[in-house]
Structure formats: structure tokens, C-alpha cells
Design a protein around this ligand. Structure first.
Ligand SMILES: [Cu+2]
Length: 152
């Protein structure tokens, strides 16, 4: 009976592995509308409230990484550092993406995303590369992105 109790106590301890920030479904695609830039998408869950404040990646993939959002704009609007998508939508660099505690934040086409600026070469379907996510509080997290035509 004592052994059984010990086993039961061990089980919840295994779940503690997931204390840090977790990601899933990381993928990238070449942005067809923007020369020399690619976009990355993923889902991020942080157990504690945190903030994604930036990304870095190897220079063999791109010069730099940015956090982007997509906003609706009226014709003729210019925003520094933005990329016009046509159709009244524009991608703008943002400083941070808030991660509410325990809530999955989804980066997806047409919304929040990662932008790989100054691509060293075209992103080929099947290509994989690492991106380091930087958080306000949590440890840096290296995530492997795969270039795909659509979300996994
Ligand atoms: Cu973008």
C-alpha cells in the first residue's frame, strides 16, 4: 500500500516538466507579397504572464527578425517600417506580444506573426531553421521552424 501511494505521488511530478513556455505548430512561409522577407507562425503558451519581446535567427537565414501585426489602413497611409499588403491591410513592426498566463497565443497568417527580414535566400519548402524567442521574464527558447505551404 505504501508503494502504491509512492507511485501516485510520483505521477504529478512528471507534469512539472511543462513549467516553462511551450510552443507548437511552428512553420514558416515565403511571403509572396514581400520581396526578401518571410513570415513565421506558431502557438505559444506561457504558464505565467510574460511577453514575447523579440526574436533572433542565424544570418544564414535572414538579417533580422521582427514581431509583426497586421492592421487595416486607409489608402495612402504610411507607417514607418511597415509593409503594404495591398487590399487595405498593412504589416507593422511591434515591440511586444503579450502572453497572458496559461492562454495560448496564436500567431497566424493575417494576424500576429514573426517576420524574417532580409532573407539570405529563398525559403524552400521542407527547409528547417532555428529561431530564438526572447521573453521579458522567461528563458530564451529555440524553436525549429519548417517551411511549408500551409499550417501543419
Ligand atoms: Cu510581417
Amino acid at each position: 500500500m505504501a508503494l502504491l501511494a509512492a507511485l501516485i505521488l510520483v505521477i504529478p511530478a512528471c507534469g512539472d516538466d511543462a513549467e516553462g513556455i511551450t510552443v507548437e505548430g511552428a512553420w514558416a512561409r515565403n511571403s509572396p507579397l514581400t520581396t526578401g522577407a518571410g513570415a513565421g507562425y506558431l502557438k505559444i503558451t506561457s504558464p505565467l504572464a510574460d511577453t514575447l519581446v523579440g526574436i533572433t535567427l542565424d544570418a544564414t537565414v535572414a538579417e533580422m527578425g521582427e514581431l509583426h501585426d497586421v492592421v487595416e489602413v486607409s489608402t495612402g497611409t504610411t507607417i514607418p517600417g511597415s509593409m503594404d499588403l495591398g487590399t487595405g491591410m498593412m504589416m507593422i513592426p511591434i515591440d511586444a506580444i503579450p502572453l497572458p498566463a496559461g492562454e495560448q497565443v496564436v500567431l497566424e497568417p493575417g494576424h500576429l506573426h514573426l517576420m524574417f527580414v532580409g532573407l539570405a535566400g529563398p525559403l524552400e519548402i521542407g527547409q528547417k531553421f532555428d529561431v530564438t524567442l526572447q521573453f521579458e521574464t522567461g528563458d530564451d527558447l529555440v524553436v525549429e521552424f519548417e517551411v511549408r505551404e500551409e499550417a501543419p
